[in-house]
Design a protein around this ligand. Structure first.
Ligand code: URA
Length: 209
């Protein structure tokens, strides 16, 4: 699918299988989500540009590569997106964080905003929108709408599972925003859950319901 990268790394696929299992503990689920977040971030940042800078090692001077530009922004959609955050911040500790508070109206499945706080210079930064479950994609579409309104121009979506319906919806509204996911599952069911999926990611992560 154009604009969609499925991360097929064996560690990601193995950890995803563990997460899908309904008897996985809250602690185990949360830990796996953090671990997969780290691995996904590694893939999503593969093409970040580098520049050569002169440094001095204990032995000699050399030209060495370093990342160019401002620190990237991690933008978790509350609440499930927060599950990716710790693992990603372990890998990129100086990243900035934008919180996007959206919940899914259980009747209409549309995204309702209740909180938004982001760095002021989004236009100069790569923004990674973290949304573990790209189901209808209503939340991801709404989050990217808000981030674009605040100046973001360079955005990527990072999810764990995506439904074909969500990908189609998202790419019809934001075709230039690429998506990384660990799996494209079969479909959405009548309640808006991804099938086979893993259930409600937020509930499984926080032990709610
Ligand atoms: N959100 C979830 O947490 N799970 C789904 O299957 C769909 C949306």
């Amino acid at each position: 699918m154009q604009g969609v990268t499925v991360v097929e790394h064996p560690l990601v696929q193995h950890k995803l299988t563990l997460m899908r299992q309904k008897d996985r503990s809250t602690k185990g689920f949360r830990q796996l989500l953090n671990e997969i977040g780290m691995l996904l971030l590694y893939e999503v940042t593969r093409d970040l540009p580098l520049e050569a800078v002169e440094i001095e090692t204990p032995v000699t001077r050399m030209m060495a590569p370093q990342l160019v530009g401002k620190k990237l922004v991690l933008a978790p959609i509350l609440r499930a997106g927060v599950g990716f955050l710790d693992g990603m911040l372990d890998l990129v500790p100086s990243a900035r964080v934008a919180h996007v508070g959206l919940y899914r109206d259980p009747e209409t499945l549309s995204a309702v905003e209740y909180y938004f706080k982001a760095p002021s210079d989004l236009e100069d930064r790569l923004v990674l929108v973290l949304d573990p479950m790209l189901a209808t994609a209503n939340s991801a579409v709404a989050a990217v709408d808000r981030l674009k309104e605040r100046g973001a121009r360079d955005l990527r979506i990072v999810c764990l599972l995506a439904a074909p319906e969500g990908i189609a919806h998202f790419t019809s509204v934001h075709p230039e925003v690429p998506i990384w996911t660990a799996s494209i599952d079969e479909r959405l069911n009548e309640h808006g859950y991804i099938v086979p999926g893993l259930g409600d990611a937020g509930d499984r992560m926080y032990g709610t319901r």
